[in-house]
Design a binder for this molecule. Structure first.
Ligand code: ZN
Length: 388
C-alpha cells in the first residue's frame, strides 16, 4: 500500500506536458464479468495510446512506458490484488503499487499530472485501524484497512487463572487473589503500551477491541486516552480461539459502519454551515476561493465529481469560467480536464484531509464538492479550536 509520503511526492508532479501516465488495474474476477470486459477494453486503450505515442517520434519515452505497462499486465494475469502504475519517462518516474482490489474500475489516463483520485481515495477513505483481542493471558494485535487484515503480533502472560487454594484459608487465599489481580493489571498495562506502540509504528487512526464481555471492565481503564478517544467500538469474541477471518468480519463491519456515519455527519455539517453562510463552502467556485484563501480544514469530494476548469500557468490560480487569461495575474491559462485531480493534488500537498462522499443526492445537488472551513476570511471569525 502506498504511503502518504509517496502520495505527496506524486502530487508534486505537475505540468509534465501530457507525459504523466496513470494506470489503474482492477483484477478480473470470475464473479464479475464486467471487469473481464474491462480488461479487454483496457488492452485496447493501451494499444490505442501506443499508436498515438508512435506517431509522436519525439516522445520515445512515453512509448517505452506504455510497452512496459502492457508487459506488466501480462504478468499480473490471475492475481487478486489491484495494481497501480505512475510513469513519466520524461521525468524518470516509474512507481508501481499493489493495493486492495477495491478500485472502481481499471483505467489509463495520460495527462499533465498524475490521476491520484482512486489511489488517494483508498488511502484516505479507508483509514487504518488497530484491532486488539485480549483476555487475562493473551493479547493479539491486528491492523485493518480497506477490508484487509494483517496480524501484528501476539503477547502471552502466564497469569495464574485463579488463586491457589492450598495454604491457610483466610489470609493466604486473599493474598493469592490479590496477587492474581495484580498480575492481570500488569498484563493489561503492558497490552495497552503495546497498542500505543503499534499505533505509533503503523499510523492507525482507529481502534477496536475484541474480548469477552466480562474482561472489558478490566481492559478499558488501562487504554491510553488517545486510544479511548479513537475507539470505534468493542465486540464479543474469545481471543484465545478467534480466527483472523472472524476478527475481520466483526471489526471490518464495525469500522465500515463507523466511517459511513462519520462521513454522513461531515456532509450534513458542511451543507448546514454553507446554508447558514458559516464555516462551510459548497460548489466548485466557492471551494476554489476558500482553497486560495487557505480556509479549508477538510475537503469533501463526491465519488463521481468531475468538472473542467482553467488554471493559470504562471500563478496557479484556478477558475471555473473557461477564460483564456488569468483573472489574478493576466497570464495564459490552461484547461484542466478534471479539476478533481488538481484539488486532490493541492489537498495532499497542503496536508488537507479529503473525505470521499458516496452517492449523496443532496451533496451532488450542491455541486458534489464542498469543504469544512477553519475560518472565513471575509467574516474574520476564527473557528474555535477543537481537538482533532
Ligand atoms: Zn495567474
Amino acid at each position: 500500500m502506498i504511503t502518504r509520503e509517496e502520495l505527496h511526492f506524486l502530487a508534486e508532479i505537475e505540468n509534465t506536458g501530457d507525459s504523466a501516465i496513470s494506470f489503474y488495474f482492477q483484477p478480473e474476477t470470475p464473479k464479475n464479468r464486467s471487469h473481464r470486459e474491462e480488461g479487454i477494453l483496457l488492452k485496447d486503450m493501451l494499444r490505442d495510446a501506443l499508436r498515438k505515442a508512435e506517431r509522436m517520434p519525439a516522445d520515445g519515452k512515453q512509448k517505452q512506458d506504455l510497452h512496459r505497462i502492457l508487459e506488466r499486465t501480462e504478468q499480473w494475469k490471475g492475481g487478486s490484488r489491484a495494481k497501480v502504475i505512475f510513469a513519466c519517462g520524461a521525468r524518470g518516474i516509474w512507481r508501481e503499487f499493489e493495493v486492495p482490489a477495491r478500485l472502481q474500475k481499471s483505467q489509463l489516463i495520460i495527462n499533465d499530472r498524475f490521476h491520484l483520485k482512486p489511489l488517494a481515495r483508498l488511502v484516505e477513505a479507508f483509514p487504518r485501524a488497530c484491532v486488539l483481542l485480549a483476555d487475562r493471558e493473551i493479547a493479539r494485535f491486528f491492523t485493518l484497512r480497506a477490508g484487509e487484515i494483517q496480524e501484528a503480533g501476539e503477547m502471552r502472560t502466564s497469569t495464574p487463572r485463579k488463586a491457589r487454594s492450598d495454604g491457610f484459608a483466610g489470609y493466604d487465599a486473599g493474598h493469592a487473589q490479590r496477587h492474581v489481580e495484580n498480575e492481570a493489571m500488569k498484563h493489561f498495562k503492558t497490552v495497552s503500551e503495546r497498542l500505543q506502540g503499534l499505533h505509533q509504528a503503523s499510523g492507525c487512526e482507529r481502534f477496536l477491541v475484541g474480548c469477552r464481555e466480562d474482561t472489558w471492565p478490566d481492559i478499558e481503564p488501562h487504554l491510553h486516552t488517545y486510544v479511548r478517544q479513537r475507539l470505534v467500538g468493542r465486540f464479543n469474541i474469545d481471543p484465545a480461539v478467534a480466527t483472523k477471518e472472524q476478527v475481520l468480519q466483526h471489526a471490518g463491519r464495525m469500522l465500515q459502519e463507523h466511517e459511513v456515519a462519520e462521513r454522513q455527519g461531515m456532509v450534513r455539517e458542511v451543507l448546514g454551515e454553507a446554508h447558514r453562510n458559516g464555516r462551510g463552502a459548497v460548489g466548485l467556485r466557492h471551494v476554489l476561493m476558500s482553497l486560495e484563501r487557505g480556509e479549508i480544514q477538510t475537503l469533501l469530494l463526491g465519488e463521481r465529481f468531475s468538472a473542467a476548469a482553467v488554471q493559470c500557468q504562471h500563478c496557479g490560480h484556478m477558475d471555473t469560467r473557461m477564460v483564456r487569461h488569468c483573472a489574478v495575474c493576466g497570464k495564459d491559462t490552461r484547461e484542466i480536464e478534471d479539476v478533481g485531480d488538481a484539488l486532490i493534488g493541492i489537498a495532499i500537498r497542503s496536508g488537507i484531509p479529503v473525505v470521499y462522499v458516496q452517492e449523496d443526492p443532496e451533496f451532488e445537488g450542491a455541486g458534489n464538492v464542498g469543504a469544512l472551513l477553519r475560518f472565513r476570511a471575509d467574516q474574520n471569525t476564527p473557528r474555535k479550536q477543537v481537538a482533532s
